[in-house]
Design a protein around this ligand. Structure first.
Ligand SMILES: [Fe+2]
Length: 295
């Protein structure tokens, strides 16, 4: 089969045909998909009925999987899925929707804020791959924003102003913006802010992009309110409809995106009904900014 990609949005996103993600890929297929990711930043594969093992095997064609530790408040004994799978469903171990006051559920609501996966890690994620196992009957679209097109559309003065800025990212900033402010000492240590460049360049194409995320809550050397206003302005700019693709899920869609080039968010859905979405994450290979040494 030959890999073919049809562009779905004026500036990014491709729909892939000619690939069976449940079977091992040839080197040519891997290269074609990577080239598609470099160009389109989001790829949609329809009708891919896969198991967790097959999803992990497909993802590993593009690099080692990220270690998920430190990315959530869910305790290991409460996890529904095996190591290597990120659970972005609304389900508990019993397979039923989490209770309204579940802390795990409230924490996961942060996925409804614009973000780039793992921007709170020192080495942030490369690709994320999300498989739709059970689609919710109401809402639950995932939206993607092209941060390269958003960067290109900035005026020259803003580009110069932000070129060398470094942000601090933490899960406590994104969740804090939703009013979740109580964390144990252990969680505070786990969610300690990391530094990320505000402008990053793609390692293959060299294209600059805005590296924004709701996890970004401070800018090094800038007073906090000034930093938050700048980040909010840039985020509003970057998420205008002309830069945004709305993905309406069908069961067995697999959507793969490059966290270095896009932001995404999920929209509200009927939480009394299941939404079983399973993510694998391909690890990044380098930090975007120098970190401060913590004693
Ligand atoms: Fe995400």
């Amino acid at each position: 089969m030959t890999v073919a990609i049809r562009q779905l949005h004026p500036v990014f996103v491709g729909e892939v045909s000619g690939v069976d993600v449940t079977a091992p890929l040839t080197a040519e297929e891997v290269a074609a998909i990577e080239a598609g990711m470099d160009r389109y930043a989001v790829l949609v594969f329809r009708d891919q009925q896969l198991t967790d093992e097959q999803q992990m095997a497909f993802s590993r064609h593009f690099g080692p999987l990220e270690d998920a530790r430190g990315g959530n408040i869910t305790k290991p004994e409460d996890k529904r899925l095996r190591v290597g799978m990120n659970d972005v469903s609304n389900l508990g171990r019993d397979g039923r929707p989490l209770a309204r006051d579940s802390r795990q559920r409230l924490f996961n609501l942060g996925n409804m804020l614009w973000h780039s996966d793992s921007s709170f890690r020192r080495i942030p994620a490369r690709y994320s791959l999300l498989s739709a196992r059970v689609v919710n009957p109401v809402g639950g679209n995932t939206e993607f924003a092209d941060m390269r097109a958003a960067y290109d559309a900035l005026d020259p003065a803003t580009k110069a102003q932000i070129e060398a800025l470094v942000c601090e990212h933490s899960l406590m900033y994104s969740r804090g913006s939703l009013g979740m402010l109580d964390y144990s000492d252990e969680e505070r240590a786990m969610f300690r802010p990391v530094r990320q460049s505000l402008v990053r360049r793609h390692p293959v194409t060299g294209r600059p992009s805005l590296y924004l995320s709701s996890h970004a809550g401070a800018i090094v050397g800038m007073p906090m309110p000034e930093a938050r206003i700048l980040l909010r302005d840039l985020t509003e700019h970057a998420t205008q409809p002309r830069f945004v693709y709305v993905h309406r899920w069908r069961q067995w869609d697999l959507v793969m995106w490059d966290n270095r080039q896009v932001m995404h968010r999920v929209r509200r859905y009927d939480e009394s009904q299941p939404r079983d979405m399973r993510r694998t994450t391909v690890a990044g290979d380098a930090p975007t900014a120098a970190q401060v040494e913590v004693a």
